[in-house]
Design a binder for this molecule. Structure first.
Ligand SMILES: [Zn+2]
Length: 46
């Protein structure tokens, strides 16, 4: 399983998501900390 971490733009917590989120424009990550939904399309982290 290949996971990448993302940084929530609202609460700035990090959590792991499927790398598919970076490839699909309409896929929204759901932050488990603050429930914020955001797209990470083409925002692959280092
Ligand atoms: Zn958050």
């Amino acid at each position: 399983m290949n996971l990448v971490y993302v940084n929530c733009p609202r609460c700035e917590e990090t959590f792991y998501v499927d790398p598919e989120f970076f490839e699909v424009p309409d896929a929204y990550c759901h932050c488990p900390y603050c429930a914020h939904e955001f797209s990470v399309y083409r925002q692959r982290s280092a």
